[in-house]
Design a protein. Sequence first.
Length: 276
Amino acid sequence: MSQYMSIGKVSKLKNVSIKSLRYYDQIGILKPAFVNTETNYRYYTNEQLYLLDAITVCIKLGIPLKDLNNYVESSSINLQKLLYDGKILAEQKIMDIHNCLATLQETLQNMASPVTGLAKIPESRNGVLLPDGFYHNEIVARRMLTVPLEDMDIPKYYGQYILKLFVTAQQMGTVVAYPSGVLHEYKNGKYQRHMFLTITGDIPAAQNSDNTVRTIREGNFACRRISSHVADFETIRQEMKEVIKSDDFYIIETDTLSEKNKKEGYPFELEYPLSS
């Protein structure tokens, strides 16, 4: 047995955990040279240690361990091929990171841009005087990427839906802007709500065949701040009953992104169009 090393000795010699060595055995990339059938102890030879070095290289380069055997030739590793494939993977990761950073930078610029048109104007505008607790906003046109919301708790699933919309926007090749939120609609006696993400750029008609992209025209909106997401139709009707003037209507619910509003306990805004 002098030619063999126990799994514990290999673990200490190469600074690899015993659990990892067992895993490498399990997936077939580093089988013990000898297994004692009585104790089930694993033993390795000195000639196998090069495989642990190759495994370390694979991990650092991001090469799947299951592919290690593609680089094994006789009792050695084709290091040139291993490093070349690792270089290709690294270059692809760098490109993906640059693309992601560019998308995030453009998104942040859009979110910070005044083009969202959320500057407050006086409570009386064009002869329209709003009740206490409401204020006017002149809001520019928006294009919304939407997804229907089921009967569920919005705060709990808000992040999941926004992430889904963000991925869809990337697949469409469009740019995400601010704001995001929920579009509440009441039409022909039916209430519906959609999570939305504001987007910019043109969308090919073929990609909008299911009408997931909606356009909200610019205009004067009656707005009020609220403390939490609206969970049902009766709440939205109650919150905005003093300004709703039509049987069919829509109301936009957004995050104000205002630290002042959040500190005061009113981080969300409801927007009702006064002009169409």
